[in-house]
Design a protein around this ligand. Structure first.
Ligand code: SF4
Ligand code: SF4
Length: 184
C-alpha cells in the first residue's frame, strides 16, 4: 500500500532477493513525459481505471511483465521510470512509498528521507511531477474524443488513438509506434 514516508525517517532498499511481485502488475500508469522512455519496449494504451481515463503501458504478457525472464528483468538498464523508482512513486507534489514491498527496511542502499531519493531509485520522472501530471491531464482531454476500442485485457477495455492530435504529434507518433507490440 502506498503511503507517505514518515518525516525524518531514513528508509533503505535491501534488494529484491528473488521477489518479482511488482513485475506482475498488468498496467503501469504513465505521464506524457514517460512516453519517450517506454514506447520502444511496451504498448502504450488508454483505459478507464476507476472511471477515469488513463494512459498506461500494457506491461503484462498475460501472467507477468513480458521482460521478466527467469526471475530477472531482461531490459534492466531500459526499464520504465516507474520500475526504476519502485517502491517509490510520485503523487502530485509528494512522494509515496509502497510499504508492502519487502525490500523496504533498515538495511541496504539509501532509498528515501524527507523527499530526497537515493541514487539507485532516482529517475528524472520525479522532477516537476505536478506539471507533468497537469500536461498529461490536458492531453487526455484532447485524446478522449478520438479513442478507438481495441478489445479488453483482464476485463479492462483498452483504447488507442483513432484520430490525429496535431499539437501532440510527437506523442501520438510514439503511441502509434508502440502499438507494433500489439500487431498494429
Ligand atoms: S521492488 Fe519490492 S515488490 Fe518489487 S520486486 Fe523488488 S522487493 Fe518485490
Ligand atoms: S520492465 Fe523489468 S522491472 Fe519493470 S516490470 Fe518488467 S521485468 Fe519488472
Amino acid at each position: 500500500m502506498f503511503k507517505p514516508p514518515l518525516k525524518d525517517k531514513t528508509y533503505f532498499f535491501g534488494g529484491c532477493n528473488g521477489c518479482v511481485e511488482c513485475c506482475k502488475y498488468p498496467f503501469i500508469p504513465l505521464v506524457l513525459d514517460d512516453f519517450k522512455f517506454v514506447h520502444e519496449y511496451f504498448p502504450i494504451v488508454f483505459a478507464y481505471i476507476n472511471k477515469e481515463l488513463r494512459v498506461l503501458i500494457l506491461l503484462s504478457d498475460g501472467e507477468k511483465c513480458r521482460y521478466l525472464k527467469d526471475g530477472i528483468c531482461s531490459i534492466y538498464e531500459n526499464r520504465p521510470p516507474s520500475c526504476k523508482m519502485y517502491p517509490i512513486s510520485p503523487f502530485f507534489g509528494s512522494l509515496l512509498l509502497d510499504y508492502s514491498c519487502p525490500c523496504v527496511g533498515d538495511m541496504g542502499a539509501f532509498l528515501i528521507r524527507n523527499g530526497e531519493v537515493g541514487e539507485s531509485n532516482y529517475h528524472e520522472r520525479v522532477d516537476d511531477f505536478e506539471e507533468k501530471l497537469a500536461a498529461t491531464s490536458e492531453f487526455l482531454v484532447h485524446a478522449e474524443p478520438n479513442l478507438k476500442n481495441i478489445g479488453s485485457f483482464k476485463d479492462i477495455q483498452l483504447f488507442v488513438l483513432g484520430g490525429d492530435l496535431d499539437e501532440y504529434a510527437e506523442f501520438v507518433d510514439m503511441h502509434r509506434r508502440s502499438l507494433s507490440f500489439l500487431g498494429f
